[in-house]
Design a protein around this ligand. Sequence first.
Ligand code: ATP
Ligand code: MG
Length: 330
Amino acid sequence: RPRVLSGIQPTADSFHLGNYLGALRSWVEMQETHDAFYCVVDLHAITISHDPAQLRRRSLVAAAQLLALGLDPQRCTLFVQSQVPEHPMLSWILECHTGFGEAGRMTQFKDKSAKNERVTVGLFTYPVLQAADILLYQADAVPVGEDQRQHLELVRDLAQRFNTTYGRTFTVPSPYIVKETGTIQDLAEPARKMSKSASGPSGIIDLLEEPARIRKKIKSAVTDTGREIVYDPENKPGVSNLLTIFSTLAAVPIVELQNRYEGKGYGDLKKDLAEVVADFCAPIAERTRSYLDDQAELDKILLAGAEKAHAVAARTLAHAYERIGFRQPL
Ligand code: ATP
Ligand code: MG
């Protein structure tokens, strides 16, 4: 089976619809076809300012949500990144093979550093740690949203560079990005992607949100001038975003939705979509709560996941140490 790895940051109390449609949906699918490793990347979460108690809590809520979405610990390895010490160890090696200018070209760094007053070295080296996450597991594929394409390109470059310099050590991974849902836009500002850390409350649909609030947000989503319900991301980003969400969650092709709403208004579309989204989210929130109710079981799942991940990561790191000219890690 080909190997897959992906991660998600515990940077909010809930994942949002963009995380699900852009990435997590593929995570669930790929556990059937791949040897899948998925992690809650809490090391990445401290690249922006954070609160320790909140982070601890959010990592657990993140894991519970992933299980609620359908990850099955029997069919994939689910773990929390900070529990596997090899990640920052390989990251250091890769940092020493990354050009300063090369890292400086990353648009996520430019965006996030413009928005935060506290810009750390960790925010700058974020994509190198991401490279370590992926390369440690010899992943063939990495399911992510479109915003991660540039980082994946860097990961491939680093793997190839290392292999060329020291001999074949890492699998060169490919991004797995679903074209239709690779970028879900912010509901209030459809020119921007929906984001845990950057979207305001009206722009983001959290999976764990109250159904009433979800309906309200969908109904007040910013739409475009004109009144026709057509898929045209260039000129009608707001309506197109709603159609994408509708089509994917209800498993109805976009053309069929266009036909269904021909001659009707944005209000009709939003009213129906509000129900679709609320109905989708409610059971996820419910299941997440029940996973959180049994924290001993959750801890057990994460510990078993970390042990499996550690076994694979340690093997790769030992190989990289050998290649680099280090003594073996303890
Ligand atoms: P943050 O704002 O803290 O960076 P985020 O919302 O971007 O949070 P991440 O944890 O960084 O979430 O990303 C998790 C996964 O979700 C990644 O694969 C990312 O590409 C994907 N993703 C994030 N936002 C979107 C979106 N709006 N549309 C599609 N995929 C997305
Ligand atoms: Mg992000």
